[in-house]
Design a binder for this molecule. Sequence first.
Ligand code: ADP
Ligand code: MG
Length: 571
Amino acid sequence: TAEKETLGFQTEAKQLLQLMIHSLYSNKEIFLRELISNASDAADKLRFEALADGSLYENDPDLKITITFDKDAKTITIADNGIGMSKEDVINHLGTIAKSGTAEFLSKLSGDQKKDSHLIGQFGVGFYSAFIVAERVEVLTRRAGLDKAEGVRWESEGEADFSVETIEKADRGTTIILHLREDDADFADSWRIRSIVKKYSDHIALPVMMEKQDMAAPAEEGEEEKKEENKAPEFETINNATALWTRSRADVKDEEYKEFYKLVSHDFEEPLTWSHNKVEGKLEYNSLLYVPKRAPFDMWNRDASRGLKLYVQRTFIMDDAEQFLPMYLRFIKGVVDSNDLSLNVSREILQQDPAVDSMKSALTKRVLDMLSKMAKNKPEEYAEFWKEFGQVLKEGPAEDFANKEKIAKLFRFSTTHTNVEAQDQSLEDYIGRMKEGQKDIYYVAGENFTTAKNSPHLEVFRKKGIEVLLLSDRVDEWLMGHLMEFDGKKFHDVGKGQLDLGELEDENDKKEQEELATANKDLIERVKTVLADKVEEVRVTNRLTESPACLVVGEQDMGAQMRRILEQAGQ
Ligand code: ADP
Ligand code: MG
C-alpha cells in the first residue's frame, strides 16, 4: 500500500538514540563516517549478490557514493547505488537494533556521559549517529532487483517513532537526507565535508563523489550564467578510493591505518598496534590485523561475533570469518583478502578448506609475532594489552599446543620477586633469576592476589630466596595443567604433594626433617587419629618457618583453586 505508516522504535533503539545525541556531541562529525561506511557495506553486498545474479546491477555497475549539500535548506544528502533496502529491511534495520548483546551493553551504561561515549564507541554507533547533527532524517531507498514501484521512504525525528511509505524510486540504492539542526548547519559546506571525508573515509574502496569546486577565476558575469544553464554539475572523486590493505606498507600513513581500524572494528579508540602483510607464493593473500586498546564488552560471551572481514580478490565476502584465527585470539580485528579462495566460498566451505588452515596458522603466527614485538619494543603498551587481554591469551596453550612455548613467552605474572599485584614478570625474567640448582618453576595459586601472596606454602621459599609465581586468575590452574613446562622446566605447584627442593635443599634440612619426624611420631599419630578421614596423611615439613601447620593436596589431586571453581559451578 502507498499509505504512510507510523511505527515506534524498539525500546533499545530509542535508548541508543538518546544516548547518541547526548554523549557524542564532542565528536559530531563521525556521523559522516558511519553513513559512508554503511554505503560502502551496501556496495560490498551488492557486488557479492551480483556474483550470482549480474542483473542486480541494472545497467549501473559503477558503484559510488555521492554527497551533495544545500546551505540554504541546511541539508546534506548522501546517496549510494548499493544493495538498497526493501520495506521489510527498512523496518528491521532502521527501527531496531539487531546486534547481539544490546541489552547487556545498555545495562552497562552509567549515566556518566564520558564513560558512556567510550562504551557506545565500542558498541558501534551506526546509522543512528545521523541524529547527532540532524533534527530530521529522510531515507529513500530501493533494493536492487525490486521493481521501481517498490521504493520506500522512511522518515524520523529521532524521538519515539518513524514513518514508512512506499514510493517510486527509479534508481536502486539508498539516499539519506539529513535536515541539520540549527546549530549544526555549518556542516553543509563543501570544505567541511571534504575534510571529514578525507579524515575518516579516504581509504574505503568506494569512490566518494562531490560536485567539483570551480577554482577558476570568476568569469565575466554574463558568461558565467550561461555556463551554469548549459552544464550539469560535474562531479569528482574526493577520496583515495583504493582498498587500504592492497596498498604497499610504505604508502600508508599511520593515521590512515588508525582510521581504517575504526572502520573495520567500529571502535572509537585507536588500535594499540597492527600488522600489515602481503603474502606471495603457494598461497596469496593480504592481511591487516589490529590489536584493539580495550577488550570488547562481550569478550566472555561465547556467542559474541569475532573474526576477520573476508575478501576474495578485493570482493567483500563476509564479516566475522572465524576460521582464520584461533579462539584465544578472538580480540584481533582486521581484514584478510585471499586470491586462492573461490568467490562462492561459504562458512561451511571455509571450515573444510586446507588453504584456510594454512592461512590460519600463518595469521596466528603473525599475531604472536606482533605481540612479542610489542612486548619487546613497547613494554608500556604491552602492559596495557596484558591487562585487557592477558586472561584470553591464557586460553592459548590448551587450544594451540603447537604454539605453546611462543604463547607462554607472552605471559606476565606477579611473583614473589616484586610482590606486587600487577602481572608484569615474564617466564624468561623468572628463569633468569632462578637459583643455582633450581630445576622447576614454582607457583602458588590462590583465590586472589592477597591470599596467594600470604600463602603459608611460601615460607620456605622466602627463607631460601626462591622466587614463586603468584597466580590468582581463575584460569591459572587450568592453564598450568596445559602448560606443564616452559624452556624445559616443569611447573610445580608449591601447595601440592611432597615438597622436594632437590639440590636446593641442603643435607642439614633433610636430616633435620627426618629427626623431627622420628621425634614427633606420637604427635603425628594423634593428629592423624583426630582428623581421621578428613586427611590422607600427616607429615612433618620444612615448608613452614612461621605457621604451625598447612594443608597440602596430593600430587595428582586437583588444585585448591580449581576445586573451588568446580564447587561454585555446582559440581
Ligand atoms: P551496522 O552497519 O553495524 O550493521 P548501522 O546502524 O550502521 O549498523 O546500520 C544498520 C543496518 O541498516 C545495516 O546493517 C544495513 O542493513 C542497513 N543500512 C544502513 N545504511 C544502509 C545503506 N546505505 N544501504 C543499505 N542498507 C543500509
Ligand atoms: Mg554501519
